[in-house]
Ligand binder design. Structure first.
Ligand code: MG
Length: 341
């Protein structure tokens, strides 16, 4: 059950901001249905890269063959329900979400980020009908504090930490291969705090293993980025840790081939899922989006959702099955998902 939280009002996005006001245009302003498809001509199929604008906030890439005559309206309706319906019709089924930029609007600092209003209630409803996991780059305790719904699987630090439920109520497990890197990670973050103390706007976020150096608030972000790499690269190499770029952030990571894709696969195996949907927005989500493709090739009903911003990694968009615009689009889709469960 959801832990007590302030009343959040309506669970629907209060205002759908037109894309033009967001400074974003949909990938295709309007889906141009080929006349041959509208006529239901034999062999007239959209290519796998075709996209359908379902509404202002949601775009679907599809690969479902056209078998009969469809009007554009009916066709779009079928595509929407069919893709998601196929995943949600499986048992057991799973829903996996990133947090920042996916369920919570990006904030100037990690501590200021909050779930979009109504999301916790939607997750609470979803978990009663599906296995729900949160996979975040944040430390597990930090991510779980933000979401604060018991009964979900929390997976922190890109897959290194796991907890079945809120960590205040359930044990947290560090995967065994990560244990040797807890101390070097600690050392590097101490080093960053000391050596980069003069860098304005830097925020050091600690995790069980490693952490993240956020420079979103730096007056000159590009200069801050260069400075962080200049100071951290050699010490990281010396203690066999690695640095990776995030969104206006540099992550200090263990040199493990553990990522959100591995975590997603482990979650699928753990519950023997037959249907899985993953949603994320940032470059560390690409591993999970690619894993969705692999799982689909292995016969699972699997769908990826990418939350699109004006600086979204092109490769993420290329592999997305569904694109939604900003957290508002994700919440709209989450409503549709929960309605179908
Ligand atoms: Mg994110």
């Amino acid at each position: 059950m959801a832990c007590p939280r302030p009343a959040s009002g309506s669970t629907r996005p209060s205002a759908i901001v037109p894309l033009t006001l967001m400074g974003l245009a949909p990938t295709r302003p309007e889906y141009k249905q080929p006349s041959s498809v509208l006529m239901g001509r034999v062999g007239a199929r959209p290519t796998p890269t075709d996209e359908i604008q379902v509404d202002k906030l949601i775009t679907i890439r599809h690969s479902i063959p056209i078998r009969q005559e469809y009007s554009k309206r009916r066709y779009i309706h079928n595509m929407t329900s069919n893709d998601i319906h196929t995943v949600l019709a499986q048992h057991p089924r799973g829903l996996v979400f990133d947090i920042d930029g996916t369920l919570s609007p990006l904030a100037p600092t990690p501590d200021e980020a909050r779930l979009y209003p109504g999301v916790a209630e939607l997750l609470e409803q979803a978990r009663q009908h599906a296995h729900v996991a949160i996979i975040t780059g944040r430390g597990l305790a930090d991510g779980a504090r933000m979401v604060n719904v018991d009964g979900l699987t929390y997976i922190g630090t890109h897959g290194l930490e796991w907890s079945d439920g809120l960590p205040a109520l359930h044990p947290v497990q560090l995967i065994p291969e990560a244990l040797p890197y807890a101390e070097p990670g600690q050392y590097l973050l101490d080093y960053a705090e000391k050596e980069l103390a003069a860098l304005p706007g830097l925020i050091v976020q600690r995790k069980s293993v490693g952490g993240t150096l956020h420079y979103r608030l730096a007056p000159d972000p590009e200069q801050a980025r260069e400075r962080i790499f200049a100071v951290m690269e050699e010490p990281a190499r010396q203690v066999n840790m690695r640095l990776r770029e995030g969104k206006r952030a540099v992550e200090v990571l263990a040199p493990l081939t553990v990522n959100k894709g591995h975590a997603l696969r482990r979650f699928v195996a753990r519950y023997k899922l037959r249907g899985i949907l993953f949603a994320g927005d940032d470059r560390t989500d690409l591993d999970a989006v690619l894993e969705i493709e692999r799982l689909r090739n292995e016969g699972l009903a699997a769908l990826s959702v990418v939350v699109q911003y004006n600086d979204t990694l092109p490769e993420l968009l290329e592999h997305a099955d569904i694109k939604v615009q900003h957290v508002e689009g994700m919440v709209e889709l989450l409503h549709k998902i929960v309605d179908e469960l």
